[in-house]
Design a protein around this ligand. Structure first.
Ligand code: GAR
Length: 228
């Protein structure tokens, strides 16, 4: 009998470098993720992530937001492009656009984002600098379901890193990005296995409400498995 697992259809949206996309592609190629990336779509024609996708043989598309008169028109066109691939999951991987309510509602429960802070701390931009200026001892990244509140949806998993004395935002960003590359594939795998759901603005894991996000500390996979 074939042991091939059912793979869920995924579309990934990017705007830039695409290092999270690369981590997802790598995990898929290793056989750690039961997904098929049907397409990668960028709102920026020069996004480096498009080349990463093309190299992996994934269909790429560009939809330049600057060619649309309004946010609503862009999001509507984007939705049409995405839905041609009939994704069961839509992954925002460094997609630097605020989304309309209509768009978010359309994908509710199957829309994930990664944000470079320990949400609910520091929604929005310049998160690394803000964490340093606040003299936090810890920083990190969060994978969350997207809801209508910007960077406000329930958090599934966080990667935590220590802030060292004298850290610059660039140094800190690098360490945070490293942790992002662990937590995003993990959350996507849970979703693909049917273990994650969004219900009443909460995360359900194996049908049970999660009161706290899972925590991943760099180089500490055992921690994650223990918490699971
Ligand atoms: C990542 O740090 C991601 O958390 C952040 O953009 C970067 C994309 O990097 N996303 C946001 O700030 C969304 N609000 P990548 O293109 O190399 O994956």
């Amino acid at each position: 009998m074939s042991s091939a697992k059912q793979k869920i259809a995924v579309v990934v949206l990017i705007s830039g470098s695409g290092s999270n996309l690369q981590a997802i592609i790598d995990a898929t190629q290793r056989g750690d993720l039961d997904i098929e990336i049907k397409a990668v779509i960028s709102n920026r024609p020069d996004a480096q992530g498009l080349q990463r996708a093309a190299k992996a043989g994934i269909p790429i598309e560009t939809l330049d937001h600057k060619t649309f008169a309004s946010r609503a028109e862009f999001d509507h066109a984007l939705q049409q492009r995405i839905d041609r691939y009939q994704p069961e999951l839509l992954v925002l991987a460094g997609f630097m656009r605020i989304l309309t309510t209509e768009f978010v509602r359309h994908y509710q429960g199957r829309l994930l984002n990664i944000h470079p802070s320990l949400l609910p701390k520091y929604p929005g931009l310049n998160t690394h600098q803000r964490a340093i200026e606040t003299q936090d001892s810890e920083h990190g990244a969060s994978v969350h379901f997207v809801t209508e509140e910007l960077d406000g949806g329930p958090v599934i998993i966080q990667g935590r890193v220590a802030i060292h004395a004298g850290d610059t935002p660039t140094q800190l960003a690098k360490r945070v990005l490293h942790t992002e590359h662990h937590i995003y594939p993990q959350a996507i795998q849970w979703f693909s296995q049917g273990r994650l759901q969004l219900a009443d603005n909460r995360v359900l894991f194996d049908q049970k409400p999660r009161h706290q996000p899972f925590v991943f500390k760099a180089n500490d996979k055992a921690q994650l498995e223990k918490e699971e």
